[in-house]
Design a protein around this ligand. Sequence first.
Ligand code: HXC
Length: 286
Amino acid sequence: MPLEPYQYLSDVWKDGIFDNKVVFCTGGAGSICSAQVRALVHLGANACIIGRNVEKTENMAKDIATARKGAKVIGIGAVDVRNPEALAAAADRCAKELGAIDFVIAGAAGNFLAPMDQISPNALKSVIDIDVLGSYNTVKATLPYLEKSAAKHRTDGKTKPAKGTGGRIIFVSATLHYSGTPLQSHVSIAKAGVDAMANAVAIEQGPKGITSNIIAPGPIADTEGVARLSREDGREQNARSIPSGRYGTVKEISDATIYLFSDTGNYVNGETLVVDGGQWRTSGVQ
Ligand code: HXC
C-alpha cells in the first residue's frame, strides 16, 4: 500500500520546491530512506535509489514514483555500496538519465544485535565497510555532480543563482555512539566514522558551496532498524523511556531532510540533526 502524504511529510512545505532537482540515495529501498526520497519526489524532485536487492529496489522506485504525477524514479539494484565501481556507474547513470545529481542521501547501513565477544573480525569489517566505506564511495562517486550543482545554485552575490538549492549531502547516522550501547559496538564504531567523514566533507567541500550534514534518527516506528534491533514485547516500555514518550515516525525524518535540502538549510553545514525525541540525552536513564 503506497503511503499517504501525511505519513511521509508535513503539510507546511510548498509543492514544487524541488522541481527539476535530482536526488541520489543509497539504501533507498529501506523504510527511512524511501520516505525521505518520497517526500522530495512529492515536492518536485526526480530520484535514483540504490540497493543491493534488484526486485526490492525496482519495486520501491515504482512505488515512490506514485507520489507525484510525472515523477521519474529509477531503481538501480544489484549495487553494493562496498563496490566503488558499481556506485560510480550508478551515479553516472543517474546523471545521464535524470540530468544531474543535486542531493545525495548516504543511507545504506548494515546492522544486527550481537555482543562484542561474538562479533568476528569479518563481521565488524562488514558493518564498517557498508557504513563507512559505503558512504565514502557514495561521496566520491557523486562529488563531481554535486560540485556542478553547487556552482549553479551558489549565492555569491555576483551571479544570479539557479532557482532552488543543490550540492547537498545528508549522511544517515545514529545516536548509538554518543554513549555506550550494548550489542551495538560494531555499528557505534562505524557510525562514529560516518560522522567524522561528514564533518571532513563539510570543511573540505564547503568552499565549493556543498553542504554536508548528518541526520541521526532515534527509534523510528515501523522500520527495519526497529524490527531488527528491538524485541516487540519491549517496545512499549522503551517508548515510555523516551522524553517525547513515543517512537518517531519516518515523516519526522523526511521533514528534517527537507529542512536541510531546501532554502531553510542554506547556512547549515557540518551539523548533526538528531531526531530522537530527546532519547540520547537520557543516556539510558529510565
Ligand atoms: C554476529 C553476524 C551476524 C549476527 C552476520 N554476522 N550476522 N555476526 N551476529 N547476527 C557475521 C557473519 O557471520 C560474517 O562473519 C559477517 O557478519 C558477514 O556476514 P555476511 O552475511 O557474509 O555479510 P553481508 O551479506 O555483507 O551482510 C552484512 C550484514 C547484514 C551487515 C551482516 O546484516 C546485512 O546485509 N545487513 C543489511 C541490511 C541492514 O542491516 N539493515 C539495517 C539497517 S537498520 P564471519 O566471520 O562468519 O565471516 C540500521 C539502524 C541503525 O542501520 C541504528 C538505529 C538506532
